[in-house]
Design a protein around this ligand. Structure first.
Ligand SMILES: [Zn+2]
Ligand SMILES: [Zn+2]
Length: 174
């Protein structure tokens, strides 16, 4: 990786792998890949750094794709959280839930999104995971990336009609 002005290599670290640190927030990063962008990595690991915010601006930081659970970003690792523990009498299979971004928390039928950390439980047979995700967590960037904003709007309109008819307050939590 080429040297970046945002990072400096402290004296005591010289020659130690490829660790660099931010002088402002003290964030340390190592194991750089050729395609890593130092600004993006900085924002992903510490979006609150004041230097980052002043250099790149609030909007840039907010736009960075930054999952709350990066270790569960790939489908296989999410699928493993369901293996052998998810109830088989629930209409929503692990495959469908994983596809919609969720992993199993281990508690009853509670799942959470690997990106926004939004939780859903008390699944009813007709609940569609993507719809519930888009409906309750419309600002989740995983939903926006995978389904698009138009889909989110459609779901919102569809459920505005339904919400008058039934209360689902026990279904969603933050
Ligand atoms: Zn920093
Ligand atoms: Zn989400």
């Amino acid at each position: 990786m080429a040297a970046e002005t945002t990072f400096h290599l402290p004296e005591h670290m010289k020659g130690e792998a490829d660790i660099v640190r931010c002088f402002c927030c003290d964030l340390g990063l190592a194991e750089w890949d050729a395609q890593d962008d130092p600004w993006v990595e900085h924002a992903r690991h510490n979006c609150r750094c004041l230097f980052l915010k002043s250099e790149k601006g609030e909007d840039y930081v907010n736009e960075i794709y930054n999952p709350k659970h990066p270790v569960l970003e790939d489908k296989d690792s999410r699928l493993k959280t369901f293996a052998g523990v998810w109830r088989t009498d629930i209409e929503q299979t692990p495959e469908i839930l994983v596809d919609a971004g969720f992993f199993y928390t281990g508690e009853e039928d509670t799942v959470r999104c690997h990106y926004c950390d939004g939780g859903l439980r008390n699944w009813e047979p007709k609940d569609i995971p993507w719809e519930e995700h888009a409906r309750w967590f419309p600002f989740c960037k995983f939903v926006i990336k995978m389904k698009g904003r138009e889909y989110i709007d459609e779901i919102r309109i569809k459920h505005e009609v339904f919400s008058v008819l039934k209360s689902t307050s026990s279904h969603v939590f933050f």
